[in-house]
Every structure is written in structure tokens, then in C-alpha cells.
Write a protein that binds this ligand. Structure first.
Ligand code: PMP
Length: 439
């Protein structure tokens, strides 16, 4: 397999090596270990269209990475591209605010039910600001996040382990020092003990931050638990923050708030709603969003900002190109009552069901699980070779292994994708890599 892949990705590997000295790219060493060294590179692609990406060796892949979930409609989707091009020719200045930003805030508010909306550049930034405003309004210091979640790269969330006695997140990444984690409690997601802990520490906890359905574990969809979290946080002046950077505008337009019928205090969005351009959104109740700008006041009377604000800023926040892409994305999602998302989620469900049936018919120790149009393969241990076999057969899955379908994955594309996945399984079985369940 190694030799075949090295031949197939010859130019990608050559390119990676050529620029390694100058181009410090973490992804080019992701999951490095000595035995797998020759497999460690990120595909270099210079073209993407619909459900496909094309690498610099000229290979075509069915893309399951889809911009880490930021490309909902498929690559190079014309209506969004045209909206960007139109804006590009009109205005893409930074400094004065584009009129699109205010308009988009209202549209998002209408679509999701949030009261106020603030724009930033990435999911990471949105989560960081969400925590800041939660602390500013509750006037407390600590927050809770959960094992298994991914919330981006804000230092105070970069840990996977906690101290078993205090539950404080522990330093595990060089450079993210313990002092950055000393107000971060890291708890088990879904456990009663976590609820008990939150209640016990209610006077110091400003926020509970959760990915309602964790992208790394889409099987776990804890409706009741989210309701319990809502109840406990509401009773104790704790902000409930839904990180919907992946689930927002995907499970349905109203995201997990709508799907699980839980209204969070603050919600973060990103990815999909940017239409492929960089965006991060902090939205939710005015009570919390008011910490960004002091809240509502008007000209012509003696009103003043009613709330003492914290500090937020960013050179590229509400960039006109991102605003234009986002508006067009929302317009498309809103068509036919959100039918596009409904159909896409159903298609993903049916795709996963067919593959699971294939896996179990063949007795493979492999399954696939989804939430909306996000899915992941589950294997005992890390069956990383699956992803290299898929690459060899023309399917691209990035190192984080979250996979996404889009409407550009038409029935024909999906049929051929399924064949490629099945073929990969058979090839791995032949080599003794994919094991059968012992019955
Ligand atoms: N929150 C969640 C749930 C995410 O999945 C991600 C990114 N995958 C982020 C936050 C961070 O977003 P960004 O990469 O845009 O900073």
C-alpha cells in the first residue's frame, strides 16, 4: 500500500518535503510515528469542484472532508461563489462596517431565534468570546467543558485530562501552561457526577460549554442531559453555551437549540454559515451579548449603554466578503422551509445504514455513525490504514476523521463512494488488517 500511495501522491509528497523548511504546517506531522512516517502528509490540492477535490498529481477524490464541515453545498457552489464575486467587485473594504453585517445579524436572528449576533473570524474566536462574556455577566470565574469535545484552539480549552481530585483541566500540550487552565473544569459528558459537580460549584461557575452532540462522538445525542444542564444552569446564574460550530445550520437551521428544544444563553456558530469563508459568530440572549457593546441605547434621548461591556475586537470581523457569502448561504438554507438540510440529513442516514449493514453482513469490526450530515467511522483501536486505503481508492478523509456529505454528493457519487469504501474493506480484509468479529 505504501508504495502504491507514494506513487499516487508523488508530487504531494515532493511538495511537502520541498517546503517543510519554510512552511511550518502542523498538519504535515499530524499523528506522526516512526512506522507510519511515509504516510504522514496532507494532500495538496489545487482544484475542488462539487463533491471532488483534485491533488497536484492530477488525482480525483470524492471529498469527505468538505472544508472540515465548512462547505455545506459542495465545492465551488455557483450561487455562493457569485455572491462573493459580486461583493468583490463592489466593496471589500475593512474599517467602515459593511451594511451587510447588520442585515445578516437580523436574518440570523430570524432564522435561529437568537436575540443578538456578533461576528468574528473563526469558531475558536467565537468560543473564546462566548466564555469571556459569560464571565463578564455572571461575574464568576470558572467554566465547565466536557471530555470528548473539540472547541478550537483557545488555550483554556486545550486539554484532554483533568485532575481527578479538583476536576481542573491539566496541562498536556507544551506551551499551554497550567495557569491558562486553572479556571477550566473538565468533566465527563453525560454523567450524573458532572451535574452534581456543577451544582456543588454553582457559586464559582460562570458557564457550562458544550458541543450538544460532539463531533468526535456523533452517536451520543443526549437530549435529556441537555435539558438537565439547561435547568441547572438557569437555576444557578450559570451561562449555558452551545458550541454549534459544526451542528449549527446543519442539523436544521435552528441547530441543536431547535432540534433538542433547549434555548442556550449563548451559542457559537462558524463553518457552514460562512459559505466557505472565515467566520465565527457569537449569538444568543441580549443579557449576555450586551457584554460586547453595552446593550441597547438610542439617539435623541438620554439613554446610555446599560451594561458595562468587556473588550472584543478584530480587524477582519464582519469582512464584507464573508458577510456576502454568509447571507447567500442563509438564503439558500431558508428555501423550501429548510428542505435542503432535511434531505441531506436523510441521505446521510440512509448512506450510513447501508454501510453498517454491509459491515455487519461481512462481520467486520467496523461501523459508522452520524448526526445530521456529519459521520465518523468507528473501529476498535485506530484502524488508520482504512483512511490510506480509501485515499488509494480515491476518497479523501482528513486527519481529524470527521466526514461530511453535501448535496453535491449526488446518488451516483454516493453509489460510487460506497463501492470504494466496500472495496477498501475487502482489500484490508485480504491483508489481514480489517478483522472480523469473533462470533
Ligand atoms: N467548535 C467546534 C465544535 C469545532 O468543531 C471547531 C472546529 N472544528 C471549532 C469550535 C473551532 O473553529 P475554527 O476552526 O473555525 O477556529
Amino acid at each position: 500500500m505504501l508504495q502504491q500511495l507514494t506513487e499516487k501522491n508523488r508530487l504531494t509528497k515532493q511538495h511537502t518535503q520541498e517546503y517543510r523548511q519554510s512552511f511550518a504546517l502542523n498538519r504535515n506531522a499530524a499523528g506522526f510515528n516512526k512506522e507510519m512516517k511515509e504516510f504522514v502528509y496532507t494532500l495538496v490540492c489545487d482544484r475542488a469542484d462539487g463533491p471532488n477535490v483534485y491533488d497536484i498529481d492530477g488525482n480525483e477524490y470524492v471529498d469527505l472532508t468538505m472544508g472540515f464541515g465548512s462547505i455545506l453545498f459542495g465545492h465551488n457552489y455557483m450561487p455562493v461563489r457569485k455572491a462573493i464575486e459580486e461583493q468583490l467587485t463592489k466593496n471589500w473594504s475593512v474599517g467602515p462596517i459593511s451594511p451587510l453585517a447588520g442585515f445578516l445579524s437580523k436574518e440570523i436572528s430570524k432564522a435561529t431565534g437568537v436575540e443578538r449576533v456578533a461576528f468574528f473570524n473563526s469558531g475558536t474566536e467565537a468560543v473564546m468570546v462566548a466564555l469571556r462574556i459569560a464571565k463578564a455577566i455572571t461575574k464568576k470565574k470558572y467554566f465547565v467543558f466536557f471530555k470528548g469535545a473539540y472547541h478550537g484552539t483557545f488555550d483554556s480549552l486545550l486539554s484532554l485530562k483533568n485532575d481527578p481530585v479538583t476536576n481542573l483541566a491539566k496541562e498536556i500540550v507544551p506551551g499551554v501552561t497550567q495557569s491558562m487552565l486553572n479556571e477550566s473544569y473538565l468533566l465527563e459528558y453525560g454523567s450524573e457526577e458532572s451535574l452534581y459537580f456543577i451544582k456543588k460549584h454553582k457559586d464559582e461557575i460562570a458557564a457550562v460549554l458544550t458541543e450538544p452532540v460532539q463531533s468526535r462522538n456523533p452517536t451520543f445525542q443526549p437530549r435529556e442531559y441537555l435539558h438537565e444542564l439547561r435547568k441547572i444552569t438557569a437555576e444557578n446564574n450559570i451561562a449555558l453555551i452551545f458550541d454549534e460550530v459544526i451542528t449549527g445550520f446543519r442539523i436544521c437551521i435552528g441547530g441543536c437549540q431547535k432540534y433538542f428544544d433547549v434555548t442556550a444563553d449563548i451559542v457559537t456558530y462558524g463553518k457552514v454559515i460562512g459559505g466557505g469563508l472565515p467566520i465565527g459568530i457569537v449569538a444568543g440572549k441580549a443579557k449576555f451579548l450586551d457584554a460586547t457593546d453595552g446593550g441597547f441605547w438610542q439617539y435623541g434621548d438620554d439613554s446610555i449603554p446599560p451594561v458595562k461591556s468587556t473588550f472584543v475586537a478584530g480587524t477582519f470581523c464582519h469582512h464584507p466578503l464573508a458577510m456576502a457569502a454568509s447571507l447567500k448561504t442563509l438564503e439558500i438554507l431558508n428555501q423550501l422551509n429548510g428542505k435542503l438540510l432535511k434531505d441531506l440529513n436523510e441521505t446521510t442516514g440512509a448512506f450510513c445504514a447501508r454501510l453498517n449493514s454491509f459491515f455487519s453482513t461481512n462481520g467486520y469490526q467496523l461501523s459508522i455513525s452520524h448526526f445530521a450530515s456529519l459521520f465518523r467511522f468507528y473501529t476498535p483501536g485506530k484502524l488508520n490504514l482504512l483512511y490510506y486505503q480509501l485515499l488509494l481508492n480515491g476518497v479523501y478523509v482528513w486527519e481529524g476523521r470527521n466526514c461530511f456529505l453535501s448535496p453535491a454528493h449526488t446518488p451516483d457519487v454516493i453509489a460510487s463512494l460506497e463501492e470504494k469504501i466496500k472495496l477498501s474493506c475487502l482489500q484490508l480484509e485480504e491483508r489481514g488488517i480489517l478483522k472480523k468479529k469473533i462470533t
